[in-house]
Design a protein around this ligand. Structure first.
Ligand SMILES: Nc1ncnc2c1ncn2[C@@H]1O[C@H](COP(=O)(O)OP(=O)(O)OP(=O)(O)O)[C@@H](O)[C@H]1O
Ligand SMILES: N[C@@H](CCO)C(=O)O
Length: 320
């Protein structure tokens, strides 16, 4: 369960005294998620999420994320607006760690997205890209292509332990990606972790909201589409669901048509996106002690996705 930091009733009361949110009515830890401690908070004025930032998020990046949430919400995008305290601050400290309160977003994530969900999610992603235009915050993608080889060099042995021979395969992939990586595609603010657990739907299946912007950064919009294709369009048996992918792209293009260059780049971007999540999962696999609170995510799931993309399937040609 992803609650790394316990908050006592006294701490919560002292913390809330700095806000105009009224008295707390309910407060409980949320099991989902692996990065931060999240709490559902209900006060006399409504429902909120209190997040204590734990591990990957660098404190100096937090204003970028919180300001982005506010920017998007100001433009009508359904993202959780941060709540300011009485002094106008959204980034606070709790138990010596950075913390923030954001709006509670209604909706439900889906475990097994259908092609219809993929279409809605695609549209929600394009909307996010358009709503993010003009945001002045800048954050380089510290998990982008130039960072993969150095990251892998620290975890080669873990790859070999998982699957003998894998390290050499990954080395070859990385070399090929370094040569062929698309570098001049339309770019802007991307979510970079637009997985099914970060997208909410209404009960009628319509897109409702996006949460968890803590990997957001500047990168190619089509790379965000590629991350999303990988996260939403693979079946449990490891096969790629082309119908779901076409739905996702069609949904995306309801709001933001892809250029021919973006479309051509998608197979390589999807291969790279699979590499990115394989590598971070590998690093976490290595670093998570047995018996830890949170079970690390399976790197081999993304190694299998990488293998599918390595075949260079022409997945997107018929997407219109
Ligand atoms: N603004 C919000 N409105 C409603 N629920 C939220 C909100 N933010 C977070 N949650 C709930 O908390 C859970 C964990 O949140 P989140 O995904 O941000 O955590 P995380 O630890 O950063 O997770 P991840 O492993 O996906 O990076 C979500 O699955 C959701 O149930
Ligand atoms: N979405 C990421 C975890 C986010 O921290 C993964 O599936 O590896």
């Amino acid at each position: 369960m992803a609650v790394y930091t316990d908050i006592t009733d006294q701490e919560l009361e002292a913390f809330l005294a700095e806000y105009d949110l009224g008295a707390p009515l309910a407060f409980k830890g949320i099991a989902e998620g692996v990065e931060n401690s999240n709490f559902l908070l209900e006060t006399e004025t409504g429902r909120y999420i209190l997040t204590v930032y734990e591990r990957r998020a660098r404190p100096e990046d937090l204003p970028y994320f919180l300001n982005l949430l506010g920017w998007l919400a100001d433009r009508g995008y359904p993202s959780a607006r941060p709540v300011a305290d009485k002094a106008g601050r959204t980034l606070k400290t709790l138990r010596g760690k950075p913390a923030a309160i954001v709006e509670f977003m209604p909706g439900l994530s889906v475990r097994k997205p259908t092609p219809a969900h993929c279409r809605e999610a695609g549209e929600g992603l394009a909307w996010l890209h358009l709503a993010g235009e003009g945001y002045a915050g800048r954050r380089a993608n510290d998990l982008g292509q130039p960072h993969w080889a150095p990251l892998f060099s620290r975890h080669r042995q873990a790859a070999e332990d998982l699957k003998p021979g894998l390290a050499a395969t990954i080395d070859k992939d990385l070399a090929e990606m370094a040569l062929a990586w698309p570098r001049s595609l339309p770019s802007g603010t991307i979510h970079a972790d637009y997985f099914p657990d970060n997208v909410f739907f209404r009960t009628d299946g319509k897109f409702a909201a996006t949460i968890d912007f803590y990997f957001a950064c500047d990168d190619a919009y089509a790379y965000d589409v590629a991350v999303t294709l990988n996260a939403w369009c693979f079946e449990a048996d490891g096969s790629f669901n082309v119908t779901a992918a076409q739905g996702l792209i069609a949904g995306y293009e309801r709001r933001r048509p892809l250029s021919p260059a973006e479309r051509d780049a998608l197979p390589m971007l999807a291969r790279g996106a699979a590499m990115r999540f394989f590598l971070t999962r590998l690093a976490d696999w290595n670093a998570t002690p047995a018996g830890a609170l949170v079970r690390p995510k399976d790197p081999l799931e993304y190694e299998r996705k990488l293998a599918v993309h390595r075949e260079g399937l022409s997945l997107f040609g018929a997407a219109r």
